[in-house]
Design a protein around this ligand. Structure first.
Ligand code: AMP
Length: 637
């Protein structure tokens, strides 16, 4: 399927896409044959009355087996599976598939000794060290369900996830490293466990010399010591529908949504993605630049590359200042990376420090075939800068935590197609992408509306939320019956290229991280001086978006607005974490609203970004909007 030298005619792509939509059973039934199941599924697709679907319901497999043991069986035991590169500690290490399997099999044995059984939840709160990937794979090996929580989240966020998942075990490391700063993780875990109502029986702690953590006797165990004398265990068979992992993502409320990834559909999707979308083959070196705490970390750092026999680069560093804006180019040259994924925000940060690309041009990037960008809107100037300097195709594509793999992308394994500038490319086979207006009317080419996907979603996409199936139905399937509502707005052009313009809900994207403005409003509302607030995402040169809070104080408050501003910034930072970039708070007298009491967030966003706006007919009091516009205009960025 994958001819890298072929001129992208689009014919193969079109054929596959049509087949996948016309007859999803046959198409995905065929793709499923790529997976080394323990028990091949006889059932491919089943539609349930509530609009959700089940893929490969009677299949049996093990994801860790597919990622490691299977690769060894195929003769890749001595091939590099994982390359760890950590400029923040000065460490570099390589694990072959055999070495990684052995580490994972022993860790899986330890988990089992600690009482973790098939179906149990396990929380992983770790920095980008290989033990994080080992922990994920060890869970998969014994059929436990992992939930990785991004290490930048504050204890409050970790506690929310602990209470929702009720994990049997929590795995962590004693610290993370940011540039030259050491961030002790263990105190954060301890704090989260005091905030959470639920407590796991044990905490397994990977000690790092930069900041060892304290162990609470009885509950906490030293990872290395606990491994002593533990025997490796074999993978167990799980059902296709058994969850491999839960990954929490921000919704529009303060309660994160637990996206559920099932083993069977995921395995099919991972193999398909690596070959068809990214054009990678076994033996290639792949670099997913992200963190295991995000969906990209799951799909593109751990599962898809390993399951496809690729070498994955595992990077504990930043685009800049570890030690400089040449870090990415150094890694590509050093490990002969063939393709990479990263978020535009990282490239914008590099460009800011090295606009002429001196670092880039001083390295040999000959091994790289493409640079894939996603996670947020790719602005044309970053696109052109990167493509111009590197001389390599820079390919925008679009997906979400919910889907777990790309929805729109240039499908390199199907000879691709010429990308259209500014677009996230065409729907990948399996996805019937449409655009609808608010009333559910399908819109034509170029008309902007809600981006939706006709059901069924292809294998690998989440079909439920952990502990909250009704919320899945209401959040994704209710607005447009028969379609999945992506929460993004945009349009599709005459040639079928999809243009993503941003979220249609109260979710914002800060440095490629999805955050809920609703949650920030909830938190702001907990401050005793705050009567109400509106948090909107405003444009930022590097981060894409940052939150801006408009706050109305209660009458009779004796704190100064500056004091409240300062306290709110600290309050939200302590609860969500520094990643929220919650730094801008403006105190206003009133919020502009519609007559039915809805805050005019979309208008506020436009005013803050300096865009043209129209005053909605439903506005309650235009004078309030004028006051707020004035406050926004005079507030320093
Ligand atoms: P997450 O689930 O955290 O990966 O965030 C998914 C969201 O990021 C999507 O719903 C979009 O709003 C945004 N996003 C991802 N990729 C792109 C892209 N290529 N262009 C524009 N927005 C994107």
């Amino acid at each position: 399927m994958n001819d890298r030298n072929a001129e992208p005619s689009g014919a193969a792509y079109t054929h596959h896409h049509l087949q996948s939509i016309a007859n999803p059973q046959a198409y995905w039934g065929e793709q499923a044959r790529q997976v080394a199941w323990y028990r091949a599924p006889q059932q491919t697709l089943e539609a349930l009355p509530d609009g959700t679907h089940r893929w490969f319901a009677d299949g049996e497999l093990n994801t860790c087996y597919l990622a490691l043991d299977r690769q060894i069986e195929l003769g890749r035991g001595e091939q590099r599976a994982l390359i760890y590169d950590s400029p923040v500690t000065g460490q570099q290490a390589t694990y072959t598939f055999s070495e990684l399997r052995d580490e994972v099999a022993r860790l899986a044995g330890l988990l089992r000794t600690l009482g973790v059984e098939k179906g149990d939840g396990v929380i992983i709160y770790m920095p980008m060290i290989p033990q994080a990937a080992m922990a994920m794979l060890a869970c998969a090996r014994i059929g436990a369900v992992h939930s990785v929580v991004f290490g930048g989240f504050a204890p409050h966020e970790l506690a929310l996830r602990i209470d929702d998942l009720k994990p049997r075990l929590l795995l962590t490391a004693s610290c993370g490293l940011e540039f030259d700063r050491v961030i002790p993780y263990k105190p954060l875990v301890d704090k989260a466990l005091t905030l959470a109502a639920f407590s796991p029986e044990h905490v397994l702690l990977w000690q790092r010399p930069q900041a060892p953590g304290d162990l609470l006797p009885g509950r906490d165990l030293d990872w290395r010591q606990a491994l002593e004398g533990i025997a490796p265990v074999d993978p167990v068979a799980v059902n296709s529908l058994d969850p491999l992992y839960i990954l929490y993502t921000s919704g529009t409320t303060g309660k994160p949504k637990g996206i559920v990834r099932e083993n069977g559909g995921h395995a099919v999707a991972m193999l398909y993605t690596m070959g068809v979308v990214y054009g990678m083959s076994a033996g290639d070196v792949w670099w997913g630049i992200s963190d295991v705490g995000w969906v990209v970390g799951h799909t593109l750092i751990v599962y898809a590359p390993l399951m496809s026999g690729c070498t994955t680069v595992f990077y504990e560093g930043k685009p800049i200042r570890t030690p400089d804006a040449g870090a990415y180019w150094r890694i590509i040259e050093q490990y002969r990376v063939n393709a990479l994924f990263c978020a535009p925000t990282a490239m914008r940060a590099i460009r800011k420090e090295d606009p002429q690309g001196h670092h880039l041009t001083s390295r040999d990037l000959g091994s790289i075939r493409q640079l894939f960008l996603a996670g947020e809107k790719l602005d044309s100037s970053t696109h052109e800068w990167l493509e111009g300097l590197s001389g390599k195709p820079v390919l925008d594509h679009w997906w979400q935590t919910e889907t777990g793999w790309p929805v729109t992308a240039p499908c390199l394994g199907l000879q691709g197609h010429r990308p259209a500038p500014g677009s996230s490319n065409r729907p990948v086979p399996g996805y019937a992408v449409r655009v609808m207006d608010e009333g559910g009317k399908l819109l034509g080419p170029g008309e902007q509306g809600s981006i939706v996907i006709a059901l069924p979603l292809p294998p690998g996409c989440s079909q439920t939320l952990w502990n909250d199936h009704p919320r899945y139905l209401s959040a994704y399937l209710q607005a447009f019956p028969g379609y999945y509502n992506s929460g993004d707005g945009g349009y599709v052009d005459e040639q079928g290229f999809v243009y993503i313009m941003g979220r249609t809900d109260d979710v914002i994207n800060v440095s490629g991280h999805r955050l809920s403005t609703g949650e920030m409003e909830d938190l702001a509302g907990q401050h005793p001086a705050v009567a109400e607030s509106a948090v909107i995402g405003v444009h930022d040169e590097i981060k894409g978006q940052v939150p801006l809070a408009l706050v109305v104080l209660k009458d009779g408050v004796d704190q100064s607005p500056a004091q409240v501003q300062q306290e709110l910034v600290a309050w939200v930072r302590e609860r969500i974490g520094a990643l929220a970039c919650f730094n801008r708070v403006i105190v206003v007298k009133r919020l502009p609203k519609t007559r039915s009491g809805k805050t005019l967030r979309a208008v506020l966003r436009k005013i803050a970004d300096g865009e043209a706006y129209t005053i909605p007919a439903t506005i309650d009091d235009p004078a309030i909007l004028a006051e707020v516009a004035q406050a926004l205009a005079t507030c320093p960025a």
